[in-house]
Design a protein around this ligand. Structure first.
Ligand SMILES: Nc1ncnc2c1ncn2[C@@H]1O[C@H](COP(=O)(O)OP(=O)(O)OP(=O)(O)O)[C@@H](O)[C@H]1O
Ligand SMILES: [Mg+2]
Length: 332
């Protein structure tokens, strides 16, 4: 019997209502299925505007779902009330890219961490104090950090504080939305290692959102690739990051810098092939959303929407999945 997933998203649609003056409604997410198992990290990757944060926000109840179902620990939370959401906040936390923006610079780190606890749980001040110190210790900050102000810390340390703020609630699930994207590479690696360690010691599950496939691969068990609000590929992290099936994932991979010059040249060649300007750019696709940018697009791709189909454990929404995987696909 398979253990029940912690988070299960089925057929999620999110539409942002906007006046016609501002360009009309935006269908940011369409029919997205996503499952996060207990102790699992699911990486959500895609270029800017692909709908990653919108999915995270819908899961956290920060934007309403216009369709589909979101289940957490077996309970339907799609249209949870404010009170239900407040209860859920104990179990479901978030770490954003710019923690400074969400911290009051006039509050000490200790107060910032304690704030959430005061409002959400009936803990004594001793218990709050203990939890704050434990969370700081878990993210590698000394107890004295509690008495200092956010402005006194570096970007990497502030990201640790943001993680500690999530941890004080003792959640079992954390949405990390571009949580390391603003950091220098070396600091990024430290914070990724910290998140990996916390996953083990605290038994956490993550929905890990990033535009950077390399970062996502480092932490994830499973990778989900989004394009224009839809899942185009999903599978085990190593498979997706090392040998992607979907032409869009290949383009994402080709866009990532790699230290090996030979591999870098190969990818640059592939990027030229999968660039944003194809002869067909400008034509509107009634089928695959990626067709206008895809070097492999055939007539079917323009007319028929590809379903996610499994091949050797990897799901890809591409009419030419088989040929591309077999290396026999020729650019159209
Ligand atoms: N509050 C909003 N109102 C209207 N449209 C929005 C809003 N938030 C996001 N969108 C639109 O929804 C789409 C998805 O945006 P989203 O922020 O989820 O993408 P993303 O993948 O997180 O991008 P990024 O990598 O830049 O963070 C985009 O077209 C965006 O312009
Ligand atoms: Mg985003």
């Amino acid at each position: 019997m398979t253990e029940e997933a912690l988070l299960r998203v089925r057929g999620l649609d999110v539409t942002y209502r906007r006046s016609r003056l501002r360009g009309g409604d935006v269908q940011a997410v369409r029919g997205v299925d996503l499952t996060v198992g207990r102790g699992e990290t699911v990486g959500l990757v895609g270029e800017s505007g692909s709908g990653k944060s919108t999915i995270g926000s819908a899961v956290l109840g920060l934007v309403p779902a216009s369709g589909g179902v979101i289940e957490f620990d077996g309970a339907d939370i799609t249209h949870g009330t404010r009170a239900e959401r407040r209860l859920l906040a104990r179990r479901m936390q978030v770490v954003f890219q710019d923690p400074y923006g969400s911290m009051n610079p006039a509050h000490t780190v200790g107060d910032t961490l304690a704030e959430a606890l005061r409002y959400n749980l009936g803990l004594s001040s001793d218990e709050i104090h203990d939890r704050v110190l434990r969370a700081l210790d878990d993210v590698g900050l000394p107890p004295g950090a509690a008495r200092r102000y956010p402005g006194a810390f570096s970007g990497g340390q502030r990201q640790r504080i943001a993680i500690a703020r999530a941890l004080v609630m003792e959640p079992d699930f954390i949405v990390c939305d571009e949580a390391v994207s603003a950091l220098d590479l070396s600091v990024q690696a430290q914070v990724l290692n910290l998140l990996a360690r916390l996953k083990q010691t605290r038994g956490l599950s993550y929905l890990f959102i990033s535009h950077d496939l390399a970062v996502v691969r480092y932490l994830s068990d499973t990778i989900v690739v989004l394009y224009a609000g839809q899942v185009v590929e999903r599978g085990p992290a190593a498979r997706i990051a090392d040998a992607p099936a979907h032409p869009y994932t290949r383009a994402l991979l080709a866009a990532a810098p790699v230290p090996d010059p030979v591999a870098q040249r190969r990818r640059q060649a592939e990027r030229r092939l999968t660039g944003t300007t194809t002869p067909a750019a400008g034509r509107v696709s009634a089928g695959c959303a990626f067709a206008p940018r895809c070097p492999f697009a055939q007539e079917t791709c323009w007319t028929t929407r590809p379903e996610l189909v499994e091949r050797d454990g990897v799901f890809a929404a591409c009419h030419r999945h088989d040929e591309i995987a077999a290396g026999t696909a020729e650019a159209a």
